[in-house]
Design a protein around this ligand. Structure first.
Ligand code: OTU
Length: 615
């Protein structure tokens, strides 16, 4: 580093001036590519750089120290120690202060990252679970204040837990100040959104866009009282921001840096596919969406280098990986592994999941998957049609089967999910529900607890950060009462967002209860992951077990391999004789502590999972 010392008006950061220069250059190039000859380009670049500088100046010494540590160990999040959890502040703990009080439990569980669902100011009534943000700088007063958010971040950090929150940056609530000014006719703010006086352009855009929440409104636009049409990909009260206007990029960069300086370490980039629109396209996953993320990343690298981006793109797997790069989003949800874990448990057939792990698991160095069993949203069947066809599976018929299976319509299904956003025009549908209900605990199926652990064992072992819906570890069920709360009745995802299950948590150390059974086994898996460095990073090699019910893969672990085997079937299964010829000799199963010989095939009990290391 040479330039730092000579920097004019040096902002007190060791490497700040160096980052300012190199990342500032990158930002200039990116904005140049996005905005071309837009007259506001130069001014916007200058404004963004100014923001980055002041934000750094205002950043607390504590966070700058974190920046230094993260820059020194940029791969920290690839550690096998990592474990994520997520919850709603109100449902789980009554608000920010309550969450602070749960930190001892988070430590007991082994969390190193906590995603608090959007806690920001929202409209009254339906706010899409917080995803309609009225202000990025104020919290929902029922949850606390922005100071509470900062204090939560500090308290978590002191316990080795990174705070994650959403950056809901594709849209604002229709009562955000910018939106209110736009609706009132202020031309500056009308240009923050996609607003049209006639149907001409909305019609043209809608000819190629997809309906996301068809239960709420058809198409991508909604009409205001004065006749204006405004782009709303999700609910009618969530208006898409117009990033074709560089002022919007600058304004949102400011909101992002504000959050960074509250101590947010992982920023969940909500709905990334949708941020750039273009006539004649699907207006999803366009090249400019990537450039915009990289531009946000450049700003972040200058002013809050500790912060990571987590991409939330629940789309075709080819498009999902497109967002994952060290200079774009370092983390991404893994919706393919999520969906195919459910698929394998329903079909008792691991072939699609095996194929995904073999062909679609690899990510660039310095990035990682976030592996979840379920989110707060629906389960969408986002596997690639072409992968299914290769295995002789009819993709749309298969999706119909999975929807029927997980909503319990399929004869003999163990599942109690609820349909979400059935679209009669396309036949598309998704499934809502809590893990335990979806896997048979609600219907009283004997295999339910084993299936819950099997599903989580995969999220914990394939590589990346495992992410737990808090409550799943004590087997919480669907909460149908949520649909009775004002503003929630039309959205079945609420069934899978239960209140804090106090009774289940109080039973968690009682092995005679379901909660105790799930919890003790989950804890053991988590501890084993933390103790065995083979789980670090993302390297994985699939093994053909020769039995379509047994998934098998190797975590190479630098010459000390760990083998994972899982039987998704309801009966004992045997791997093929020669399947493990490359792994001869005596092994120990970490989970059962029993020894295993891999010579002549290997037998697994129904739903059994083995984590094998050399004896
Ligand atoms: C996200 O999900 C959030 O996770 C949802 O809770 C929000 O409602 C939504 O954004 C709007 O903010 O369609 O069914 O490819 O699939 O962003 C969930 C991305 C969703 C979308 C995803 C969206």
């Amino acid at each position: 580093m040479t330039s730092g010392e000579s920097g004019i008006g040096s902002s007190g950061g060791d490497d700040f001036e160096e980052r300012f220069r190199s990342e500032g250059d990158r930002l200039a190039r990116l904005l140049g590519r996005i905005y071309g000859d837009h007259p506001a380009l130069a001014g916007s670049l200058e404004a963004a750089l100014r923001l980055a500088r002041t934000s750094w100046e205002e950043r607390s010494p504590d966070l700058k120290e974190l920046d230094r540590r993260r820059l020194e160990h940029p791969d920290w999040f690839l550690s096998n120690d990592m474990l994520g959890g997520f919850c709603y502040a109100d449902l789980y703990a009554g608000g920010m202060a309550g969450l602070r009080e749960r930190i001892p439990y988070f430590r007991e569980l082994g969390l190193t990252y906590l995603h608090v669902m959007p806690p920001f100011k929202v409209p009254e009534g339906n706010s899409d679970g917080g995803y309609a943000v009225s202000s990025y700088r104020e919290l929902n007063p029922r949850l606390g204040t922005i100071t509470d958010l900062r204090l939560l971040g500090e308290a978590l950090r002191a316990s080795g837990i990174s705070l994650a929150v959403d950056f809901v940056f594709n849209h604002t609530a229709s009562d955000h100040e910018w939106a209110r000014r736009a609706a009132a006719g202020d031309p500056v703010y009308r240009d923050y959104y996609w607003m049209f006086d006639t149907r001409e352009l909305p019609d043209a855009f809608e000819a190629t866009t997809r309906e996301i929440f068809p239960d709420d409104h058809p198409g991508s636009f909604v009409q205001l009282d004065d006749g204006t049409w405004v782009w709303a990909s999700f609910h009618s009260f969530q208006w898409d921001l117009n990033y074709a206007n560089p002022a919007v990029f600058v304004a949102m960069a400011g909101e992002m840096l504000f959050l960074a300086n509250q101590g947010v370490e992982v920023l969940r980039m909500d709905a990334v596919p949708f941020i750039w629109k273009q006539l004649g396209t699907s207006s999803e996953n366009l090249p400019q969406a990537h450039l915009l993320l990289q531009a946000f990343n450049a700003v972040c690298r200058i002013a809050a280098p500790a912060m990571l981006f987590l991409s939330e793109a629940i789309v075709h797997p080819d498009d999902v990986v497109g967002y994952v790069r060290p200079d774009e989003c370092q983390l991404s949800y893994n919706p393919l592994q999520m969906a195919l874990t459910w698929e394998a448990l329903a079909t008792r057939d691991v072939r699609l999941l095996h194929h995904a792990l073999a062909e679609r698991h690899r990510l660039p160095d310095g990035t990682a998957w976030v592996n979840y069993v379920r989110s707060h949203d629906d389960i969408g069947w986002t596997f690639a049609d072409e992968d299914a066809v290769r295995l002789g599976i009819d993709p749309s018929g298969h999706r119909r089967f999975l929807n029927d299976y997980y909503t319990g319509r399929f004869e003999g299904s163990f599942s109690r999910g609820v349909a979400f956003q059935f679209n009669p025009k396309t036949g598309d549908s998704r499934v809502s529900g809590a893990t335990a209900s979806l896997l048979g605990l609600e219907s009283g199926d004997a295999g339910a607890i084993d299936r819950i652990l099997l599903a989580y064992s995969l999220a914990l072992s394939t590589g990346g950060i495992p992410l737990l819906f808090l409550g799943d570890e004590v087997g919480q069920l669907n909460d149908y009462g949520q649909l009775e709360v004002e503003g929630r009745s039309g959205d079945s995802r609420w069934v899978g967002r239960p209140n804090y299950p106090a009774r289940l948590y109080s039973e968690r150390n009682d092995p005679s209860t379901d909660a105790g059974k799930v919890y003790s086994r989950m804890r053991r898996l988590i501890q084993l992951r933390k103790e065995n460095s083979q789980f670090a990073g993302g390297e994985l090699r699939t093994i053909d077990s020769g039995n379509s019910r047994i998934l098998a893969f190797e975590r190479p672990g630098g010459g000390k391999p760990l083998l994972v085997l899982a039987n998704v079937g309801d009966y004992p299964e045997q791997a093929a004789d020669r399947a493990f010829a490359d792994f001869p000799g005596a092994w120990t199963d970490l989970i059962s502590r029993r020894s295993r010989t891999l010579g002549d095939g290997v037998a697994l009990a129904a739903h059994e999972v083995l984590w094998l290391v050399r004896a």
